[in-house]
Design a protein around this ligand. Sequence first.
Ligand code: PHB
Length: 361
Amino acid sequence: MSHLTLFSPITLGPMALPNRIFMAPLTRCRAGEGNVPNELNAEYYAQRASAGLIISEATAVTPRGYGYPNTPGIHTASQVEGWRKVTEAVHAKGGHIYLQLWNVGRISHTVFQPNGELPIAPSSIQPKGKIFTGTGMEEYPTPRALETVEMPGIIAEYIHGAILAKEAGFDGVEIHNANGYLLDQFLRDGTNHRTDLYGGSVQNRARLTIEVTEAVVGVWGADRVGIRFSPSGVFNDMHDSNPLETFGYVLGELNRFGLAYAHITQVTAQDIAHGATGGVGPKELRPTWKGKIVSAGGFTLESGNAALTEGWADAIAFGVPFLSNPDLPERFSRNAELNKPDEATFYAPGPEGYTDYPFLG
Ligand code: PHB
């Protein structure tokens, strides 16, 4: 038991943050031409600068890392310039912002890939479900399994993204190892059927995660690096036969780096409705992780405070509530009513449903 609340300050690496109400990474599909962040994106993030920490929307570290239209990247000079507008606007309001480093792996389509190539994955296993290509819904292609000799190139792309994130003025980076994207595809046995050093045993399936972490820590220092996991998430056709063992192992190995935090999503009602059975989340993994835990997944003011009091989370990332309430910490502190999110504009272009949610009067 602790007496901490969402309003208690928290130290994250070298940063002193005013509260434990973080903004979760949210794909909003409003980047400009060339997957470059723009003034509107800067305004949106700056409006939310009262978050203890903003974690940016997932951002591709390589041209082959995309699987959605109009999502931002961090592999070109123009993207660095675009992101600098965002970080400067957030810092001018006294906020802090990490960039989330992303490669979608098999959750993609030839239309998003350089030269119309097949998406890449640990194994050539077609995801169930459909993908929005920008014009309509289509089956996912069966991805191409990466060769072992290609793995250093995958890691190099994360290093490049991490270096550019630093140039763009971020306060740190979060490695996206959740929600069925490339690193999660390697980690979980439903999507990794490899027989080389990167597949089979949990030690082998965790290898890429650990190598990417080591590489990114080499760029930023461990105290400015976080990593996100969704141990029991089923989104993007994910499955693991033993999430407690898999995620317990990888967190146990990552302890040696002394990262700023592990971001571990809890199982949501939506996950359960989609067949999640594991029930493995931050509470179950707390004993294996020596550092701070950020959690996310359907939290409210009450349940967030309860997680902090019970000691299985150190901060809570809010997604949809932050999307529709730019002043979420103030609303929480005053117990004010929250704006209702408009799902129709989550991924729509322009300011509507993006920068026009009202602040408290
Ligand atoms: C999405 O665009 O739907 C999306 C992106 C990244 C995630 C989850 C969902 O981690």
